[in-house]
Design a binder for this molecule. Sequence first.
Ligand code: CUA
Length: 160
Amino acid sequence: MLHMPKYEKIWLAVGTGALIVFLLVTGIMAVSMGLHPPNGMKMKMEPENVETTAPFNSPGLKKIGPNEYRATIISYTFGYNPNTITVPKGATVHFQITSKDVVHGFMIPGTTTNLMLIPGHVAEYTQTFNEPGEFLFVCHEYCGIGHQAMYGRVIVKDTV
Ligand code: CUA
């Protein structure tokens, strides 16, 4: 038996115990509580089928109500399809976005839109644009050499 001071054995036991507790908590949560990626993701498809699976077989902006839109966007290395959407001031936009290759991000600085795009998963978020102007959306998950150049924009027109 390795000879070590008593306090060292105690701390070793505490550390080991804490590790076991953490693993148990994570394991139990994953199994019993259905731990899954954030952002209310749902609907899984194979990433290579993204472009042939509805609604991503026809990405773009669709009007679904009075000043209410659905924006269906595919992310890829290194861009978004479409990379520009134009809406009137006050528009509510329901984003539904996926990735067809690797993990990307979708963040609109200055708003609460902040999504992680996991290949084949659909990330959804609703954002209302009350101020006219141009809002950049950017990829904020490192995805490779072109990551810095991966962005698009929401143009909010000052028209009624
Ligand atoms: Cu896509 Cu970073």
